[in-house]
Design a protein around this ligand. Structure first.
Ligand code: 26W
Length: 824
């Protein structure tokens, strides 16, 4: 009967207005007479939140009642972006809200803009986790995400005089999307020592004693599925000082100040997201974050399992835990510790449960990104876990020795402990040994995992433990939300929005590729999206863009392997070519706007130099009257999820140009193509599968192949290599000071000229420039271009994260959906 109090769906705009206004007046204690956009955002968010919460509660009840296997997705990053727009669209009530807002004198776009991004991630890995949550809920899987509630997300980027400056991202001032569960807490232990004794049966027992305790507090975020009442939970842990005996002792003895200091120290664990992407730095606080979050999550998962009253042997048929990269690998020894030290299971029984429960996703083969922790640090912070890791390693190495008695070197190569000085714990090896499946994120990447970093483990376990699940993206956010007009056009041809739940239905728009009206509207939408981006650029930088120019976009973290330097050198090359042209020749040039965006890790000096060069080159080119509209170079400040939502739909060409074999998958490549942009790319990551799906006539591939990289690198160091001539001319200009103080950019040039050109910029430069010329030619032919664009979108169905999640569910997790409860 209580359900009659549940918020109903908004049948009409007035229903929404009533709830939103009530929240402004009561939840915010504000009068509608001084309701600004921020207050109206709050009212709108709370009105929708009321609905979400009811669905959320019912979903959790239904999942408990169904008592089926659950999937827990452990990720140190969830790059959720904004929640309101997504919530309105997923419950299919944005139109009603827009009408209601307009009646109150507000514009929907302005209200949406009020929300601060939840930027709890660095880039691809964090955004993938967010897309997965959307798909898990949409497909009705009983799933929880577990992460950390950082007080500061990824830093905000400002560009000052062409340099990146980092500003803290304090995002929690007003966050209606989280529910603090002060009653759901876990005590987390650090440091201390291990006691060993014999129990009454003469069995050796261990327990972890002493050290310090920090409290984990749960903060829950509802995750609504699209077109279903299923609303899953994302649980983020915040850290707090453990109250009680520790503090009170100090308090009573007059050490008030030092007890406040303890409080603050405990809170630093969840204070800040580490801004490194693909670079491991071995900081103690980072290891503390990892253990804090793994231990809190596992305690929660075990507590939920124990409430079912089932026997331990059923744990892994009720629980799947996915490790998003090696960051949560400590969950493996932690579960083993819980089972043997606390629950009293035998080692072997415990280990078989652990091993059946976990699966590990690898997201990179770059050696500098592979996590290793020094044995000394581990011993200090987590003495019992180190013992358990040593025991896991011993048993594993004994197995390897029995199986391959003649291969002595193999033992050293597969040992979890690297015998270096200092000794290191190799987290990827621990993750592999403690998991029943290991997957890469695109076909080429999964092959590279098996032939490079984990080669020896394929020998030990055989190939079946290793698999591929090619990444995907949610079409709800990356088509329907980011590009509503394109989504509506597609829906008009397909007779509805079913394609948002089954993206393979997009292939039906290929039948309309010659429909003149359809093509006109398709082109008009792209132009409108480019105009919106041009307005943003004008407002934020003062630069005027011609929306008819070819918009070329590269937005992603700044990293040498992603080769933004190749792109900016290409811009300089194009600039020099234009400068050398006659007036007649200039008439034939396709005007181009090259847009960059992305953050550099604060300590990654080379990446910061790339940002600086882009900005300086932009200053020169954008102010050169001989160039005019033929070329503009723009750097978009503070690239994030909400900026991606208007950048992605506005591209004609986007760049995915990593050195072959270095980008595990890439996911923005999928977003751009799904929005009717074409791409220029190397044969790397998911570009290869995109090509297979959309056809090689619809993508601009260039550059050397992954299998040739080793030899090319060798040539740079020992051989017969010559700097590409056009690139040499580009370097001449930089070194002549054309773009300001040349010494600022010498490291960038020297990396290529003197230091082996590890990322093969010179080797790929010619092919890159030629391909850019092909793109210009193709763009001149509007009909040809439009056909490529429509055909590509039609063939992108494979890259839905729904397909991806169904593959995980079947091949790795062995879980089934739970029927959603009926709403309203
Ligand atoms: C420990 C330092 C560190 C931090 C982040 C190492 C590695 C990472 C991530 C694994 C980096 C990352 O985001 N990888 C990206 O994962 C995406 C999702 O699978 C892929 O699409 C990208 O190609 C890959 O670079």
């Amino acid at each position: 009967a209580w359900t009659k109090f549940a918020p109903q769906r908004f049948a009409k705009a007035e229903d929404f207005q009533r709830d939103a206004v009530r929240h402004v007046e009561t939840s915010l204690a504000r009068s509608m007479y001084n309701c600004d956009e921020a207050a109206m955002y709050a009212g709108t968010a709370l009105a929708f939140r009321d609905r979400l919460v009811m669905d959320w509660n019912k979903t959790q009840q239904a999942h408990t009642f169904a008592d089926q296997k659950r999937i827990y997705y452990l990720s140190l990053e969830f790059l959720m972006g904004r929640a309101l727009d997504n919530a309105m669209l997923n419950v299919q009530q944005k139109d009603v809200a827009a009408e209601g807002l307009s009646g109150l004198g507000f514009r929907m776009e302005d209200i949406i803009e009020q929300e601060h991004d939840a930027a709890l991630g660095n880039g691809g890995l964090g955004r993938l986790a967010a897309c997965f949550l959307d798909s898990l809920a949409t497909l009705n899987y009983p799933a929880w995400g577990y992460g950390l509630r950082y007080r500061y997300g990824i830093f905000k980027q400002e560009i000052v005089d062409g340099y990146q400056v980092e500003v803290p991202d304090y995002w929690l001032d007003f966050n209606p999307w989280e529910f603090a569960r002060h009653d759901v807490t876990v005590d987390i232990q650090f440091y201390g020592h291990v006691d060993k004794w014999q129990d009454e049966n003469g069995k050796t027992k261990c327990s972890w004693e002493g050290g310090e305790i920090v409290k984990a507090v749960a903060f829950d975020v509802p995750v609504p599925g699209y077109g279903t009442s299923t609303t899953n939970n994302l649980r983020l842990w915040g850290s707090k000082a453990a109250s009680g005996e520790f503090d009170f002792q100090k308090f009573n003895s007059g050490e008030y100040e030092s007890s406040v200091a303890d409080q603050q120290r405990a809170e630093t664990i969840s204070a800040v997201l580490y801004p490194n992407d693909n670079l491991e730095r071995g900081k103690e606080l980072r290891l503390k974050q990892q253990y804090f979050w793994c231990a809190a999550s596992l305690s929660d998962i075990v507590r939920r399992f124990k409430k079912t009253g089932r026997a331990w042997k059923e744990f892994s048929s009720q629980t799947a835990i996915q490790l998003n990269d090696t960051h949560p690998t400590l969950a493996i020894p932690e579960l083993q510790r819980i089972l043997i030290d606390i629950e009293g299971l035998e080692w072997d029984e415990a280990w078989s449960i652990v091993h059946q429960t976990f699966a590990y996703t690898n997201h990179t083969v770059l050696p500098e990104a592979l996590e290793k922790w020094s044995v000394g640090l581990m011993q200090h912070l987590l003495p019992r876990h180190l013992q358990i890791i040593y025991e896991i390693n011993l048993q594993f190495l004994q197995y390897v020795e029995r199986t391959f008695p003649k291969d002595r070197d193999l033992l050293g190569r597969v040992s979890i402990i690297e015998e270096s000085n200092p000794k290191m714990v190799r987290m990827a090896f621990l993750a592999v040994i403690g998991s029943h499946k290991v997957n890469g994120v695109a076909e080429l990447h999964s092959d590279l995992v098996k032939t490079t970093i984990l080669k020896d483990f394929v020998k030990v376990y055989g190939p079946d433990k290793f698999t591929n699940v090619t990444n995907g993206i949610t079409p709800r956010r990356w088509l329907h939300q980011a590009n509503p007009r394109l989504s509506a056009l597609i829906a008009s041809k397909l007779g509805g929005y079913d394609f948002l739940k089954d993206l393979t239905l997009l292939n039906k728009i290929e039948a309309h590729v010659d429909d003149a009206e359809f093509r006109k509207e398709w082109q008009a939408i792209k132009l409108a999206n480019k105009e919106r981006l041009a307005r943003h650029v004008h407002e934020t930088t003062g630069i005027t863009l011609n929306p008819k120019a070819l918009f070329d976009i590269q937005v992603k973290r700044i990293h040498e392997y992603k080769r933004q330097q190749l792109n900016i050198f290409g811009c300089i090359h194009r600039y020099l070519a234009i400068k050398a042209m006659s007036a007649e020749e200039k008439k034939k040039v396709v005007p181009r706007v090259t847009i960059f965006g992305g953050k550099a890790a604060p300590g990654y000096w080379m990446a910061k130099t790339v940002i600086h060069l882009i900005n300086k080159v932009g200053d020169v080119i954008n102010n050169d009257p001989e160039v005019g509209d033929l070329l503009k170079v723009v750097f978009i400040e503070d690239y994030n999820v909400s900026k991606a939502e208007f950048l992605v739909p506005a591209s004609d060409i986007s760049e995915h140009i990593s050195t072959a074999g270095t980008e595990a998958s890439g996911t923005s490549n999928m977003k751009f193509v799904l929005n009717g942009g074409l791409i220029i790319g190397t044969c790397d990551g998911a570009n290869i599968e995109i090509t297979r799906e959309i056809g090689e006539n619809n993508i601009f591939l260039f550059g050397n192949l992954s299998e040739d990289v080793e030899e090319l690198r060798h040539n740079h160091v020992f051989g017969t290599y010559q700097l590409n001539e056009s690139l040499a001319k580009v370097f001449d200009q930089i070194q002549n000071g054309k773009f300001g103080d040349a010494s600022q950019f010498s490291a960038l040039v020297n990396a290529i000229v003197d230091h082996g050109d590890f990322y093969l910029v010179s080797d790929d430069f010619e092919s890159y420039c030629q391909t850019q010329d092909l793109i210009d030619e193709s763009y001149k032919n509007v009909d040809e271009w439009t056909t490529k664009s429509i055909t590509s979108v039609a063939r992108m169905g494979f890259f839905s994260s729904d397909r991806c999640i169904d593959e995980y569910a079947e091949v790795i997790w062995n879980i089934e959906p739970v029927a959603p409860t009926k709403t309203d």
